[in-house]
Write a protein that binds this ligand. Structure first.
Ligand code: IPM
Ligand code: MG
Length: 370
């Protein structure tokens, strides 16, 4: 049997806790579908800085390159905030994205109806929305040179090359096609040359997909429209920086940043990680929401392993658990009790295994107070 090689990078803060939940699910998935995984845990971010003095080592990058996929928790934390840019924990993730060529970042924000109350947006605004942010991930202002700062100035470069825009535009149109949807390309073409260029190339690529409706939208308007009426969106195609911002906004449609998975895909490699960060204020307390990480595993099963049944079964298990009112602290109703990370993990696993009925509240033993 083919063994799927995975490099596991828990990272910092709540990263290790949500990764533990993801690995527990993976174990159950492996048993049920007869899949074998070869796992190698490595350091990234602050965890790597503390041991090796750099946010990711070449050896770990090499391991990731030799894996079928990488699962990453989260990186960063106050402890390392004052380091120079090159040494920051985030640089570990950026180097990974760059060296694995992960140009296409898919961030689906799907509303789970039972969670509609956890969102700060009105229920009627969000119910029925299904947005996929397609974020360019290896170009733009995140990577442009020259960059730097001294005590007189700070600067970055926003540059996009034709092939970088073309390839991500193809991804967006192809995904929209599968979803029977449409594409909104988000830019700032009224001000930025790089955005006018982006828009021109997206329109060129669109000629090959003329059956798919395309709308251009400025980033400021898109940010507003996303909270005003998210249902107007299907696939949002955008550059690295705008995608970073819009995907956090889109998270609120789902009720919590703790719900959003992501896939970062290149020609030969893939990395799966939750959209949320390290949440240092709750790290180590076993209260983080592991759902974004678990859904990221579902995305891996679907995209890298081509195993949509397994992905679907995970997503159904998450649905079942949420429908039964089981909630971690970030999504709990104010009048009820939250479960811990490990309890959420166990509930999802149980539901995955046997479609257990969770309507009996006694199933949750230890609870964590909000
Ligand atoms: C994200 C994060 C990262 C980003 C950081 C941690 C480098 O915010 O994945 O959205 O800015 O891309
Ligand atoms: Mg972000």
């Amino acid at each position: 049997m083919h063994k799927t090689k995975l490099t596991i990078l828990p990272g910092d803060g709540i990263g290790p806790e949500v990764i533990d939940a993801a690995l527990a699910i993976l174990d159950v998935v492996g048993n049920q579908f007869n899949l074998e995984f070869e796992l190698q845990k490595e350091l990234v971010g602050g965890a790597s800085l503390d041991v090796y003095g750099e946010p990711i080592t070449d050896a770990v990058l090499e391991k990731c390159k030799r894996s079928d996929a990488v699962l990453l928790g989260a990186v960063g934390g106050q402890k390392w905030d004052n380091l120079p840019q090159e040494k920051k924990p985030e640089k570990g993730l950026l180097r990974l994205r760059e060296s694995l060529g992960l140009f296409s970042n898919l961030r689906p924000a799907i509303i789970f109806e039972p969670l509609a109350d956890a969102s700060s947006l009105k229920k009627n605004v969000i119910v029925g929305s299904d947005v996929l942010v397609v974020r360019e991930l290896t170009g733009g202002i995140y990577f442009g040179e020259p960059r730097g700062y001294n005590n007189k100035e700070g600067y970055n470069t926003l540059r996009y090359r034709k092939n970088e825009v073309q390839r991500i535009a193809h991804v967006a149109f192809q995904l929209a096609d599968k979803r029977n949807g449409h594409v909104t390309s988000v830019d700032k073409a009224n001000v930025l040359d790089s955005s006018q260029f982006w828009r021109n190339i997206v329109h060129d690529v669109h000629m090959q997909y003329s059956h798919i409706p395309l709308t251009d939208m400025y980033i400021d308007n898109a940010a507003m429209q996303l909270v005003r009426d998210p249902k107007q969106f299907d696939v949002i195609l955008t550059q690295n920086m705008f995608g970073d911002i819009l995907s956090d906004i889109a998270a609120m449609i789902t009720g919590s940043l703790g719900m959003l998975p992501s896939a970062s895909i290149g020609e030969n490699h893939a990395l799966y990680e939750p959209v949320h960060g390290t949440a240092p204020e709750i790290a180590g307390q076993n209260i983080a929401n592991p759902i974004a990480m678990i859904s990221s595993v579902a995305m891996m099963l679907e995209i890298t392993l081509n195993f949509p049944q397994a992905a679907k079964q995970i997503n159904t298990a998450i649905d079942t658990v949420l429908n039964a009112g089981i909630r971690t602290a970030d999504i709990v109703h104010h009048d009820s009790t939250a479960v811990s990370t490990s309890e959420m993990r166990d509930c999802i696993i149980e539901s995955f295994k046997e479609n257990v009925d969770y309507s009996e509240p006694s199933i949750v033993e230890e609870t964590v107070k909000e």
